[in-house]
Design a protein around this ligand. Sequence first.
Ligand code: SF4
Length: 486
Amino acid sequence: MCGIVGVFNHPQASVLTYYALHALQHRGQEASGIVTMYSDDASSKPRFGVYKGEGLVLDVFKDHSLFNSTLRGTAALGHNRYSTTGSASLANIQPFHFNYRHGLFALAHNGNLTNTRSLREQLKDDGAIFQTTTDSEIFLHLIARSKHSTQIERVREAVHTARGAYSLVMLGEKALYAARDPNGFRPLCIGRIRHADGDAYVVASESCALDILSAEYVRDVEHNEILEINERTVQTGEFTSHYIHEAMETSSHCIFEYIYFSRPDSRIFGHNVDKVRRRLGKTLAEESPVPGTEDDKTVVIAVPDSGNTATLGYARVNENVAGPTRYEIGLIRSHYVGRTFIAPGQDSREFKVKTKFNVVRGVLEGRRVVVIDDSIVRGTTSRSLVQLIREAQPREVHLRITSPPVKHPCMYGMDFPSREELVANHHASDEAIGQALGVDSLRYLSVKGMMDAVPSGPGVGYCSACFTGVYPVPIEDGQSKQVTED
Ligand code: SF4
Protein backbone atom coordinates (compact mmCIF):
# COMPACT_ATOMS: atom_id res chain seq x y z
CA MET A 1 0.00 0.00 0.00
CA CYS A 2 1.08 3.54 -0.62
CA GLY A 3 -0.30 7.05 -0.88
CA ILE A 4 0.31 9.06 -4.05
CA VAL A 5 -0.22 12.72 -4.98
CA GLY A 6 0.25 14.85 -8.09
CA VAL A 7 -0.12 18.65 -8.27
CA PHE A 8 -0.19 20.72 -11.49
CA ASN A 9 -0.10 24.48 -12.00
CA HIS A 10 0.27 25.84 -8.49
CA PRO A 11 3.03 28.23 -7.37
CA GLN A 12 3.45 26.20 -4.18
CA ALA A 13 3.05 22.75 -5.65
CA SER A 14 5.44 21.09 -3.17
CA VAL A 15 3.70 22.62 -0.13
CA LEU A 16 0.36 21.32 -1.37
CA THR A 17 1.93 17.92 -1.97
CA TYR A 18 3.33 17.93 1.55
CA TYR A 19 -0.08 18.54 3.11
CA ALA A 20 -1.72 15.96 0.87
CA LEU A 21 0.92 13.39 1.88
CA HIS A 22 0.22 14.28 5.49
CA ALA A 23 -3.48 13.43 4.96
CA LEU A 24 -2.43 10.14 3.32
CA GLN A 25 -0.01 9.16 6.07
CA HIS A 26 -2.14 6.11 6.98
CA ARG A 27 -1.34 4.62 3.53
CA GLY A 28 2.39 4.40 4.24
CA GLN A 29 4.65 5.31 7.12
CA GLU A 30 8.01 3.89 6.07
CA ALA A 31 9.25 6.65 3.80
CA SER A 32 8.13 9.72 1.95
CA GLY A 33 9.28 11.68 -1.08
CA ILE A 34 8.48 14.74 -3.19
CA VAL A 35 9.74 15.44 -6.70
CA THR A 36 9.08 18.80 -8.36
CA MET A 37 9.80 20.17 -11.82
CA TYR A 38 10.90 23.77 -12.36
CA SER A 39 12.68 26.11 -14.76
CA ASP A 40 14.71 29.06 -13.53
CA ASP A 41 13.35 31.21 -16.37
CA ALA A 42 11.29 30.78 -19.52
CA SER A 43 14.31 30.03 -21.69
CA SER A 44 16.07 27.48 -19.46
CA LYS A 45 15.51 23.73 -19.49
CA PRO A 46 13.33 22.23 -16.77
CA ARG A 47 15.02 20.58 -13.80
CA PHE A 48 14.00 18.28 -10.97
CA GLY A 49 13.76 19.21 -7.32
CA VAL A 50 13.99 16.05 -5.20
CA TYR A 51 13.76 15.32 -1.50
CA LYS A 52 13.11 11.89 0.07
CA GLY A 53 13.68 10.19 3.38
CA GLU A 54 12.67 7.39 5.69
CA GLY A 55 9.94 7.95 8.25
CA LEU A 56 6.76 9.99 8.61
CA VAL A 57 5.99 13.00 6.42
CA LEU A 58 6.48 15.39 9.37
CA ASP A 59 9.94 14.00 10.05
CA VAL A 60 11.14 13.74 6.45
CA PHE A 61 10.20 17.34 5.56
CA LYS A 62 10.98 19.01 8.88
CA ASP A 63 13.23 21.59 7.20
CA HIS A 64 10.54 23.85 5.76
CA SER A 65 13.03 25.96 3.81
CA LEU A 66 13.12 23.01 1.39
CA PHE A 67 9.84 24.11 -0.14
CA ASN A 68 11.24 27.38 -1.47
CA SER A 69 14.65 26.04 -2.39
CA THR A 70 15.05 22.41 -3.44
CA LEU A 71 11.38 21.76 -4.02
CA ARG A 72 10.37 24.80 -6.03
CA GLY A 73 8.22 24.64 -9.15
CA THR A 74 4.56 24.62 -10.14
CA ALA A 75 4.21 20.84 -10.54
CA ALA A 76 5.03 18.09 -8.07
CA LEU A 77 4.56 14.42 -7.26
CA GLY A 78 4.50 12.88 -3.78
CA HIS A 79 4.61 9.36 -2.39
CA ASN A 80 4.22 7.73 1.03
CA ARG A 81 5.76 4.29 1.09
CA TYR A 82 4.48 1.24 2.90
CA SER A 83 7.23 -1.28 2.49
CA THR A 84 6.60 -4.99 2.65
CA THR A 85 9.43 -7.47 2.94
CA GLY A 86 13.11 -6.70 2.59
CA SER A 87 14.62 -3.62 1.17
CA ALA A 88 14.22 -0.45 3.14
CA SER A 89 16.87 1.10 0.92
CA LEU A 90 16.78 4.80 0.03
CA ALA A 91 16.85 3.86 -3.66
CA ASN A 92 13.38 2.37 -3.29
CA ILE A 93 11.75 5.58 -2.07
CA GLN A 94 9.44 7.13 -4.65
CA PRO A 95 8.63 9.19 -6.67
CA PHE A 96 11.15 7.92 -9.20
CA HIS A 97 12.52 10.45 -11.68
CA PHE A 98 14.64 10.17 -14.79
CA ASN A 99 15.95 12.14 -17.72
CA TYR A 100 15.65 10.32 -21.03
CA ARG A 101 15.80 11.20 -24.70
CA HIS A 102 12.34 12.83 -24.58
CA GLY A 103 13.04 14.94 -21.50
CA LEU A 104 12.29 14.72 -17.78
CA PHE A 105 9.78 12.28 -16.38
CA ALA A 106 8.74 11.26 -12.84
CA LEU A 107 6.37 8.63 -11.51
CA ALA A 108 4.75 7.44 -8.26
CA HIS A 109 2.95 4.10 -7.98
CA ASN A 110 0.44 2.50 -5.62
CA GLY A 111 -0.26 -1.17 -6.23
CA ASN A 112 1.48 -4.39 -7.12
CA LEU A 113 2.22 -5.82 -10.54
CA THR A 114 1.55 -9.50 -11.13
CA ASN A 115 3.90 -10.02 -14.08
CA THR A 116 6.95 -8.43 -12.44
CA ARG A 117 9.17 -11.47 -12.83
CA SER A 118 8.83 -11.92 -16.56
CA LEU A 119 8.95 -8.18 -17.29
CA ARG A 120 12.11 -7.71 -15.21
CA GLU A 121 13.82 -10.64 -16.90
CA GLN A 122 12.80 -9.45 -20.33
CA LEU A 123 14.00 -5.91 -19.62
CA LYS A 124 17.27 -7.14 -18.12
CA ASP A 125 17.87 -9.34 -21.17
CA ASP A 126 17.39 -6.21 -23.27
CA GLY A 127 20.06 -4.42 -21.26
CA ALA A 128 18.02 -2.56 -18.63
CA ILE A 129 19.90 -1.84 -15.40
CA PHE A 130 17.58 -1.78 -12.41
CA GLN A 131 18.36 0.71 -9.66
CA THR A 132 15.73 -0.54 -7.19
CA THR A 133 14.00 -3.75 -6.15
CA THR A 134 10.51 -2.35 -6.72
CA ASP A 135 8.06 -3.40 -9.40
CA SER A 136 7.30 0.32 -9.92
CA GLU A 137 10.64 0.84 -11.68
CA ILE A 138 9.42 -1.41 -14.50
CA PHE A 139 7.18 1.43 -15.70
CA LEU A 140 10.20 3.71 -16.14
CA HIS A 141 12.04 1.18 -18.30
CA LEU A 142 8.96 0.49 -20.39
CA ILE A 143 8.33 4.20 -20.97
CA ALA A 144 12.00 4.91 -21.77
CA ARG A 145 12.18 2.05 -24.30
CA SER A 146 8.93 2.81 -26.07
CA LYS A 147 9.31 3.79 -29.72
CA HIS A 148 6.14 5.90 -29.79
CA SER A 149 6.55 9.55 -30.66
CA THR A 150 4.23 11.09 -28.06
CA GLN A 151 4.48 10.94 -24.28
CA ILE A 152 0.92 9.73 -23.83
CA GLU A 153 1.48 6.84 -26.27
CA ARG A 154 4.67 5.84 -24.44
CA VAL A 155 2.78 5.86 -21.13
CA ARG A 156 -0.09 3.93 -22.67
CA GLU A 157 2.21 1.25 -24.06
CA ALA A 158 3.90 0.86 -20.66
CA VAL A 159 0.71 0.47 -18.63
CA HIS A 160 -0.76 -1.81 -21.29
CA THR A 161 2.22 -4.15 -20.85
CA ALA A 162 1.95 -4.24 -17.05
CA ARG A 163 -0.52 -6.55 -15.29
CA GLY A 164 -2.00 -6.29 -11.84
CA ALA A 165 -2.72 -3.31 -9.62
CA TYR A 166 -1.49 0.19 -10.36
CA SER A 167 -2.69 3.66 -9.59
CA LEU A 168 -0.10 6.05 -10.98
CA VAL A 169 0.68 9.74 -11.00
CA MET A 170 3.28 10.79 -13.58
CA LEU A 171 4.87 14.10 -14.43
CA GLY A 172 6.24 15.05 -17.83
CA GLU A 173 7.61 18.43 -18.83
CA LYS A 174 4.23 19.59 -20.13
CA ALA A 175 1.60 17.50 -18.38
CA LEU A 176 0.54 15.57 -15.30
CA TYR A 177 -0.77 12.07 -16.03
CA ALA A 178 -2.92 9.89 -13.79
CA ALA A 179 -3.75 6.26 -14.54
CA ARG A 180 -5.64 3.35 -12.97
CA ASP A 181 -5.30 -0.25 -14.09
CA PRO A 182 -8.21 -1.83 -16.02
CA ASN A 183 -9.47 -3.50 -12.81
CA GLY A 184 -9.22 -0.32 -10.74
CA PHE A 185 -7.85 -2.07 -7.65
CA ARG A 186 -6.61 1.08 -5.92
CA PRO A 187 -8.44 4.39 -5.65
CA LEU A 188 -7.41 7.67 -7.30
CA CYS A 189 -9.34 10.92 -7.50
CA ILE A 190 -9.01 14.38 -9.05
CA GLY A 191 -9.50 17.74 -7.37
CA ARG A 192 -9.41 21.35 -8.51
CA ILE A 193 -8.30 24.51 -6.71
CA ARG A 194 -9.79 27.66 -8.17
CA HIS A 195 -7.18 30.29 -8.88
CA ALA A 196 -7.37 33.66 -10.64
CA ASP A 197 -4.34 32.84 -12.81
CA GLY A 198 -5.70 29.46 -13.91
CA ASP A 199 -6.93 26.57 -11.80
CA ALA A 200 -4.58 24.15 -10.09
CA TYR A 201 -5.21 20.39 -10.22
CA VAL A 202 -4.54 17.73 -7.62
CA VAL A 203 -4.64 13.96 -8.10
CA ALA A 204 -4.55 11.85 -4.93
CA SER A 205 -5.19 8.35 -3.61
CA GLU A 206 -8.10 9.48 -1.44
CA SER A 207 -10.32 12.54 -1.25
CA CYS A 208 -9.15 13.33 2.32
CA ALA A 209 -6.01 14.66 0.61
CA LEU A 210 -8.16 17.09 -1.41
CA ASP A 211 -10.04 18.23 1.70
CA ILE A 212 -6.87 19.31 3.50
CA LEU A 213 -6.10 21.56 0.50
CA SER A 214 -9.68 22.85 0.22
CA ALA A 215 -9.69 21.43 -3.30
CA GLU A 216 -13.07 20.56 -4.78
CA TYR A 217 -13.56 16.89 -5.67
CA VAL A 218 -14.05 16.67 -9.45
CA ARG A 219 -14.26 12.92 -10.03
CA ASP A 220 -12.37 9.64 -9.76
CA VAL A 221 -9.84 8.61 -12.37
CA GLU A 222 -11.80 5.75 -13.95
CA HIS A 223 -10.43 2.25 -14.05
CA ASN A 224 -8.74 1.65 -17.43
CA GLU A 225 -8.25 5.43 -17.86
CA ILE A 226 -5.13 7.50 -18.39
CA LEU A 227 -5.93 11.10 -17.77
CA GLU A 228 -3.84 13.99 -19.02
CA ILE A 229 -3.84 17.36 -17.27
CA ASN A 230 -2.02 20.05 -19.26
CA GLU A 231 -2.09 23.72 -20.19
CA ARG A 232 -5.33 23.18 -22.09
CA THR A 233 -6.92 21.79 -18.89
CA VAL A 234 -5.80 24.91 -17.02
CA GLN A 235 -7.39 27.13 -19.70
CA THR A 236 -10.61 25.20 -20.35
CA GLY A 237 -11.14 22.89 -17.37
CA GLU A 238 -11.20 19.89 -19.73
CA PHE A 239 -9.19 16.74 -19.21
CA THR A 240 -7.95 14.55 -22.01
CA SER A 241 -8.81 10.89 -21.41
CA HIS A 242 -7.10 7.89 -22.98
CA TYR A 243 -7.89 4.24 -22.40
CA ILE A 244 -5.55 1.35 -21.68
CA HIS A 245 -7.70 -1.41 -23.18
CA GLU A 246 -10.30 -0.71 -25.82
CA ALA A 247 -12.99 -2.69 -24.06
CA MET A 248 -13.91 -1.52 -20.58
CA GLU A 249 -13.91 -4.38 -18.08
CA THR A 250 -15.96 -4.68 -14.91
CA SER A 251 -13.88 -3.21 -12.10
CA SER A 252 -12.27 -5.21 -9.29
CA HIS A 253 -11.98 -2.52 -6.64
CA CYS A 254 -10.13 -3.73 -3.55
CA ILE A 255 -12.94 -4.36 -1.08
CA PHE A 256 -10.43 -4.11 1.77
CA GLU A 257 -10.07 -0.38 1.05
CA TYR A 258 -13.66 -0.01 2.29
CA ILE A 259 -13.27 -2.44 5.18
CA TYR A 260 -10.05 -1.12 6.64
CA PHE A 261 -7.53 0.77 4.62
CA SER A 262 -9.00 4.07 3.44
CA ARG A 263 -9.87 6.84 5.85
CA PRO A 264 -13.57 6.96 6.81
CA ASP A 265 -13.75 10.64 5.81
CA SER A 266 -12.61 9.79 2.27
CA ARG A 267 -14.64 9.20 -0.82
CA ILE A 268 -13.20 6.30 -2.83
CA PHE A 269 -14.54 4.44 -5.86
CA GLY A 270 -17.20 7.19 -5.98
CA HIS A 271 -18.63 6.54 -2.49
CA ASN A 272 -18.12 7.67 1.10
CA VAL A 273 -16.11 5.15 3.10
CA ASP A 274 -17.98 6.13 6.26
CA LYS A 275 -21.34 5.06 4.85
CA VAL A 276 -20.03 1.75 3.56
CA ARG A 277 -18.34 0.96 6.86
CA ARG A 278 -21.57 1.66 8.76
CA ARG A 279 -23.40 -0.73 6.44
CA LEU A 280 -20.78 -3.41 7.10
CA GLY A 281 -21.43 -2.98 10.83
CA LYS A 282 -25.20 -3.04 10.38
CA THR A 283 -25.10 -6.18 8.26
CA LEU A 284 -22.86 -7.86 10.81
CA ALA A 285 -25.38 -7.08 13.57
CA GLU A 286 -28.19 -8.55 11.47
CA GLU A 287 -26.16 -11.71 10.96
CA SER A 288 -24.60 -12.05 14.43
CA PRO A 289 -26.34 -10.03 17.13
CA VAL A 290 -25.58 -10.26 20.86
CA PRO A 291 -28.72 -10.05 23.06
CA GLY A 292 -29.12 -7.46 25.77
CA THR A 293 -31.82 -6.64 28.36
CA GLU A 294 -32.96 -3.43 30.05
CA ASP A 295 -31.15 -4.44 33.26
CA ASP A 296 -28.15 -5.79 31.49
CA LYS A 297 -27.45 -3.80 28.34
CA THR A 298 -24.97 -5.17 25.85
CA VAL A 299 -21.98 -2.85 25.65
CA VAL A 300 -20.55 -2.43 22.13
CA ILE A 301 -17.04 -1.02 21.74
CA ALA A 302 -14.75 -0.45 18.74
CA VAL A 303 -11.13 -1.32 18.22
CA PRO A 304 -10.11 2.24 17.32
CA ASP A 305 -9.72 3.85 14.83
CA SER A 306 -10.65 1.67 11.89
CA GLY A 307 -13.48 -0.08 13.78
CA ASN A 308 -15.17 3.15 14.98
CA THR A 309 -17.61 3.77 12.15
CA ALA A 310 -18.72 0.16 11.69
CA THR A 311 -19.33 -0.04 15.45
CA LEU A 312 -21.91 2.75 15.26
CA GLY A 313 -23.78 0.75 12.61
CA TYR A 314 -23.51 -2.48 14.60
CA ALA A 315 -24.75 -0.93 17.87
CA ARG A 316 -27.78 0.66 16.22
CA VAL A 317 -28.96 -2.52 14.52
CA ASN A 318 -28.13 -4.73 17.51
CA GLU A 319 -30.49 -2.56 19.60
CA ASN A 320 -33.27 -3.20 17.04
CA VAL A 321 -32.77 -6.92 16.60
CA ALA A 322 -31.36 -8.14 19.94
CA GLY A 323 -32.48 -5.72 22.65
CA PRO A 324 -30.97 -2.93 24.74
CA THR A 325 -27.48 -2.02 23.57
CA ARG A 326 -25.10 0.73 24.59
CA TYR A 327 -22.37 2.12 22.36
CA GLU A 328 -19.36 2.95 24.51
CA ILE A 329 -15.77 4.02 24.12
CA GLY A 330 -14.01 1.20 25.90
CA LEU A 331 -10.60 1.30 24.24
CA ILE A 332 -8.41 4.38 23.93
CA ARG A 333 -5.76 4.47 21.28
CA SER A 334 -2.53 6.40 21.60
CA HIS A 335 -1.67 8.19 18.37
CA TYR A 336 1.90 8.91 19.37
CA VAL A 337 3.35 5.42 19.36
CA GLY A 338 5.73 5.52 16.38
CA ARG A 339 8.45 2.91 16.58
CA THR A 340 8.34 1.72 20.17
CA PHE A 341 11.51 0.65 21.89
CA ILE A 342 10.97 -2.84 23.30
CA ALA A 343 13.26 -3.66 26.21
CA PRO A 344 14.82 -7.13 26.18
CA GLY A 345 12.73 -9.72 28.00
CA GLN A 346 9.40 -8.00 27.39
CA ASP A 347 6.80 -9.83 25.39
CA SER A 348 7.06 -7.51 22.41
CA ARG A 349 3.59 -8.17 20.98
CA GLU A 350 1.83 -7.65 24.31
CA PHE A 351 3.85 -4.55 25.02
CA LYS A 352 3.20 -3.15 21.56
CA VAL A 353 -0.56 -3.55 22.10
CA LYS A 354 -0.27 -1.87 25.52
CA THR A 355 1.59 1.10 24.12
CA LYS A 356 -1.10 1.50 21.49
CA PHE A 357 -4.30 0.79 23.46
CA ASN A 358 -5.65 1.14 26.97
CA VAL A 359 -8.99 0.05 28.39
CA VAL A 360 -11.63 2.23 30.07
CA ARG A 361 -12.18 -0.06 33.04
CA GLY A 362 -15.39 1.59 34.28
CA VAL A 363 -17.07 0.91 30.91
CA LEU A 364 -16.13 -2.76 30.72
CA GLU A 365 -16.07 -4.13 34.28
CA GLY A 366 -18.81 -6.70 34.92
CA ARG A 367 -20.42 -6.10 31.48
CA ARG A 368 -21.23 -8.22 28.45
CA VAL A 369 -18.93 -6.60 25.92
CA VAL A 370 -19.02 -6.84 22.13
CA VAL A 371 -15.75 -5.79 20.50
CA ILE A 372 -15.95 -4.74 16.83
CA ASP A 373 -12.84 -5.02 14.70
CA ASP A 374 -12.38 -4.82 10.93
CA SER A 375 -10.34 -7.97 10.33
CA ILE A 376 -8.13 -10.65 11.85
CA VAL A 377 -4.92 -11.45 9.99
CA ARG A 378 -2.33 -13.30 12.09
CA GLY A 379 -4.45 -13.16 15.23
CA THR A 380 -1.54 -12.18 17.46
CA THR A 381 -2.67 -8.58 17.97
CA SER A 382 -6.28 -9.68 18.56
CA ARG A 383 -5.14 -12.18 21.19
CA SER A 384 -3.14 -9.52 23.07
CA LEU A 385 -6.01 -7.08 22.78
CA VAL A 386 -8.47 -9.59 24.25
CA GLN A 387 -6.06 -10.18 27.15
CA LEU A 388 -5.93 -6.44 27.74
CA ILE A 389 -9.74 -6.19 27.70
CA ARG A 390 -9.97 -9.16 30.10
CA GLU A 391 -7.81 -7.23 32.59
CA ALA A 392 -10.78 -4.85 33.00
CA GLN A 393 -12.86 -7.87 34.13
CA PRO A 394 -15.84 -7.81 31.77
CA ARG A 395 -18.29 -10.68 32.32
CA GLU A 396 -18.27 -11.79 28.69
CA VAL A 397 -16.23 -10.78 25.62
CA HIS A 398 -17.74 -11.34 22.16
CA LEU A 399 -15.67 -10.50 19.10
CA ARG A 400 -17.43 -9.43 15.89
CA ILE A 401 -15.44 -8.86 12.70
CA THR A 402 -16.73 -6.67 9.84
CA SER A 403 -15.14 -8.89 7.18
CA PRO A 404 -14.93 -12.64 6.47
CA PRO A 405 -11.87 -14.64 7.59
CA VAL A 406 -8.68 -13.63 5.73
CA LYS A 407 -7.44 -16.93 4.24
CA HIS A 408 -5.38 -15.94 1.21
CA PRO A 409 -2.48 -13.53 0.64
CA CYS A 410 -2.99 -10.33 -1.32
CA MET A 411 -1.01 -10.12 -4.55
CA TYR A 412 -2.25 -6.62 -5.42
CA GLY A 413 -0.48 -4.46 -2.88
CA MET A 414 -1.82 -5.12 0.62
CA ASP A 415 0.83 -6.32 3.02
CA PHE A 416 -0.69 -9.61 4.18
CA PRO A 417 1.56 -12.45 5.32
CA SER A 418 1.76 -15.86 3.68
CA ARG A 419 -1.11 -18.35 3.81
CA GLU A 420 0.61 -20.27 6.64
CA GLU A 421 0.71 -17.20 8.89
CA LEU A 422 -3.00 -16.40 8.58
CA VAL A 423 -4.80 -17.54 11.73
CA ALA A 424 -7.95 -18.55 9.83
CA ASN A 425 -5.92 -21.33 8.14
CA HIS A 426 -4.88 -22.83 11.46
CA HIS A 427 -8.27 -23.73 12.90
CA ALA A 428 -11.15 -25.85 11.70
CA SER A 429 -13.90 -23.43 12.71
CA ASP A 430 -14.62 -19.87 13.80
CA GLU A 431 -15.33 -21.23 17.29
CA ALA A 432 -11.84 -22.70 17.42
CA ILE A 433 -10.30 -19.36 16.38
CA GLY A 434 -12.42 -17.65 19.05
CA GLN A 435 -11.14 -20.06 21.68
CA ALA A 436 -7.55 -19.46 20.62
CA LEU A 437 -8.12 -15.70 20.93
CA GLY A 438 -9.73 -16.10 24.36
CA VAL A 439 -13.24 -14.76 23.60
CA ASP A 440 -16.65 -16.16 24.53
CA SER A 441 -17.77 -16.01 20.91
CA LEU A 442 -16.35 -14.96 17.56
CA ARG A 443 -18.37 -14.23 14.43
CA TYR A 444 -17.21 -12.92 11.08
CA LEU A 445 -19.29 -11.11 8.48
CA SER A 446 -20.27 -13.54 5.72
CA VAL A 447 -18.97 -13.06 2.16
CA LYS A 448 -22.57 -12.45 1.05
CA GLY A 449 -23.09 -9.89 3.83
CA MET A 450 -19.90 -8.11 2.80
CA MET A 451 -20.89 -8.01 -0.88
CA ASP A 452 -24.40 -6.76 0.02
CA ALA A 453 -22.94 -3.93 2.11
CA VAL A 454 -20.67 -2.41 -0.56
CA PRO A 455 -21.99 -0.17 -3.36
CA SER A 456 -23.07 -1.89 -6.56
CA GLY A 457 -23.92 -0.72 -10.07
CA PRO A 458 -23.27 -1.44 -13.73
CA GLY A 459 -19.61 -2.26 -14.35
CA VAL A 460 -18.80 -2.20 -10.61
CA GLY A 461 -17.11 -5.30 -9.22
CA TYR A 462 -14.75 -6.06 -6.38
CA CYS A 463 -11.66 -8.02 -5.62
CA SER A 464 -12.26 -10.15 -2.53
CA ALA A 465 -9.43 -12.62 -3.18
CA CYS A 466 -8.01 -12.51 0.36
CA PHE A 467 -11.37 -13.87 1.59
CA THR A 468 -12.44 -16.07 -1.31
CA GLY A 469 -9.23 -17.10 -3.08
CA VAL A 470 -10.67 -15.91 -6.40
CA TYR A 471 -7.96 -13.68 -7.93
CA PRO A 472 -9.34 -11.39 -10.66
CA VAL A 473 -5.93 -11.02 -12.36
CA PRO A 474 -3.85 -14.19 -12.69
CA ILE A 475 -0.62 -14.29 -10.72
CA GLU A 476 2.45 -15.19 -12.71
CA ASP A 477 4.18 -18.43 -11.69
CA GLY A 478 7.02 -17.81 -9.29
CA GLN A 479 5.85 -14.25 -8.56
CA SER A 480 7.49 -13.41 -5.29
CA LYS A 481 6.40 -10.95 -2.66
CA GLN A 482 10.12 -10.09 -2.28
CA VAL A 483 10.25 -8.02 -5.44
CA THR A 484 6.81 -6.47 -5.24
CA GLU A 485 7.38 -3.65 -2.87
CA ASP A 486 4.76 -1.03 -3.17
S1 SF4 B 1 -6.75 -9.61 -2.18
FE1 SF4 B 1 -7.87 -8.50 -0.58
S2 SF4 B 1 -6.53 -6.82 0.02
FE2 SF4 B 1 -5.78 -7.61 -1.95
S3 SF4 B 1 -6.76 -6.34 -3.52
FE3 SF4 B 1 -8.05 -8.11 -3.22
S4 SF4 B 1 -9.53 -7.49 -1.64
FE4 SF4 B 1 -7.85 -6.03 -1.62
